[in-house]
Design a protein around this ligand. Sequence first.
Ligand code: SAM
Length: 280
Amino acid sequence: MLSYRHSFHAGNHADVLKHSVQSLIIESLKEKDKPFLYLDTHAGAGRYQLSSEHAERTGEYLEGIARIWQRDDQPAELAAYMSAVKHFNRNESLRYYPGSPLIARQLLREYDKLHLTELHPSDFPLLRNEFQKDARARVLRADGYQQIKAQLPPPSRRALILMDPPYELKTDYQDVVKGIQEGYKRFATGTYALWYPVVMRQQIKRLLRELEATGIRRILQIELGVRPDSDQRGMTASGMIVINPPWKLEQQMNNLLPWLLEALVPNGHGHQLVKWVVPE
Ligand code: SAM
């Protein structure tokens, strides 16, 4: 039933948004000298070759990372994310895209921890190989939602939990809310970052209503759209829902999104949003 492969989509506009937010949260957590856990429930393969058959077939990265990685007017908010992308592309050509676990690997300190789970039989071994020599990381072939229960609260009492399911199963829309509730019950001070695609706007409205109904506070929504909402198939926008965001994130995204929108959607048909779904 696991048919989704991130290799078709790596480096697209949704990854640019997700990984910008991920990097900014990590950099904020690093402002304190204390260790933290990076828990990636749906980690993917880790590294994506952009000249592969999968990436070339869709060409999605051409309208994503390829549009921004070499611009010389990048806002400061992109610095950490771009340093990770450049680490994997040391010369002028864009050959590899680092997924969320490799971005975290680049940005985390020696004393931070990574816990990564991936279920796909082809992507899991790729991910495990990437981290073979990294003593900070545990890589499991396991259900990411279960790990929320198993790993929280972390001994360090500080964590970023990134939830990035493929939403190929309709149940993902309910499972993410349950997962956040389970996590929050155990560890209310963690930062939870949930990615979502806008394929049918109604699904996202329902997801937001369900999150609001949990009673959890401090829920920030960040969205970048590349086309107007539509009833046709296909993703028109994507977003991140961040619970307990670092205090600077709202302002950072307000600085960054206009630049990203102009760079990624030069035809002017996109949109951006930073909004408290539930404030303090
Ligand atoms: N987070 C990655 C990144 O940003 O580079 C991309 C992840 S991709 C969107 C979603 C991944 O979740 C897929 O590789 C899929 O195989 C995996 N997956 C699906 N259901 C899962 C589950 N219940 N637990 C763990 N992984 C799962």
